[in-house]
Design a protein around this ligand. Sequence first.
Ligand code: FAD
Length: 487
Amino acid sequence: MASGEYGVIEAAEAPPTVDEADVVIVGLGCAGVCAAIEAREAGADVLVLERASGGGGVTAMAAGHLYLGGGTRVQKAVGVEDSVEDMVTYLMMNTPEPDEAKIRAYCEQSVAHFDWLVAHGVPFNDTMYKGKHVMQMTDECLIWSGNEEVWPFRDEAKPAPRGHKVAQVGEGGGAKMMECLIAKAQQLGVRIVTDAQVHHLIRENGRIVGVSYRVFGKEKGAVRARKGVMLATGQFTQNEEMLKKYLPELLNPGYTRQFTPNDDGAGHQLGLAAGGVLKHMDGALVTAAFYPPESHIKGILVNKLGQRYCAEDSYHSRSSLFTTKQPGRQGWLILDEKTYQPDPPSWGAYPLVDAFESVEEMEKALGMPEGSLQETLRRYNENAAKGEDPDFHKGKKWLQPLDTAPYAALDASVGAATYMAFTLGGLDVTIDGQVRTADGGVVPGLYAIGACASNIAQDGTGYSSGTCIGESTFFGRRAGRHVVAGK
Ligand SMILES: Cc1cc2nc3c(=O)[nH]c(=O)nc-3n(C[C@H](O)[C@H](O)[C@H](O)COP(=O)(O)OP(=O)(O)OC[C@H]3O[C@@H](n4cnc5c(N)ncnc54)[C@H](O)[C@@H]3O)c2cc1C
């Protein structure tokens, strides 16, 4: 896995020191830049080493949604009521292994975090996209980006939209955010070295005291860190050896993995070599959205046994993950004349299998057991006519009998629909980003933040878009303050 590329060396064997700083940050994505700004504002000399020729990382590929709530400026401006408690309840329910202290801190300080981002140059408009979409293609800000309105979450926590997109038309919000934050970091005096690939941590008397790096494959030397080293190197989606070990599902050619060439899990490997522990390494965001158009949410998802397997109004990453768990990773979205829309936008990347004059004919063509789909649809329609879904509790507004021929089957299967995926697992860290060891201690001098750490986003069923950048920026900032305080 490490193939010898990443590891730890003792100070006595380290190459000559070429630079020194209070805080050395490895990687200039959203986590690294936020940590750098906080540490610098707390008075530290901060050096960021970035492997690419410029900052941005995967963050710059992102739409730029941040999961924030509890009454942000934007929520208030568009008349959305939200509370910290509802946000806590929702995230606690949604997270497979919730760390309540982290979730509480994230929710309680969410409004302040939003204000901090704005104060540091990240723009958000006071507008909302009201429909159900994967991503607003406008520069509107607020969007429903999770399962807040989906059962059972809606019964326990008052739903509120919390996906805040950076003010940018279409998909470039992440790049815009990085542009603003890097400019701010530079203005504050954060030092940035690019084309610098960190490959070893340096240890002295059991403490991480620096890193060594190379430039275009040539050893450059060591950098000493007086207060601490922060790993902010992002996800491991590009590293096939690591995927084989932790997440072999993603090597299935039916998934399009989303990564930059530098997403080789450097931070994961460096942290592990220093005595850290990895968590939720089998967690991934896997998604193939079938909406928009919204009318497709009124359809039903069935597996090859002709049975439904989830509430179709679930957030797209949740319904997608359920599809991947069906026999043969196969599923179909069944629609009727009233709900099917031809030529949906490209988000609806489920190819049309065919149109059928009867459910019986469709069931046969899809190879389902005789009578299975017919019974599923009969039951669904009977309940939908009463505005009920006793099996999966799909929201009332999406319930409509599917009873008008011709019927359409769209292929939701892995290998047919367009599934995109990236990893979520990372180093086990304290609330302040210190890398934890197996015995419950921490690795002195070492922090991990962003996608190479494991905090709130752990798997795709509970994922709400915006959680990754939200937590990477939030916990990145916390770590930046903590390392300078030197606790
Ligand atoms: C297409 C796509 C869209 C997404 N959209 C969203 C979204 O809208 N909202 C959301 O919350 N999440 C989204 N995510 C997830 C989210 O973007 C990431 O989890 C988050 O941006 C990670 O930030 P980071 O700072 O940890 O890593 P990155 O932004 O990837 O930054 C890591 C940096 O470290 C550098 N690096 C790596 N190895 C080394 C090394 N050895 N030495 C020096 N530097 C190194 C890299 O070059 C990179 O610049 C999306 C992900 C993808 C793939």
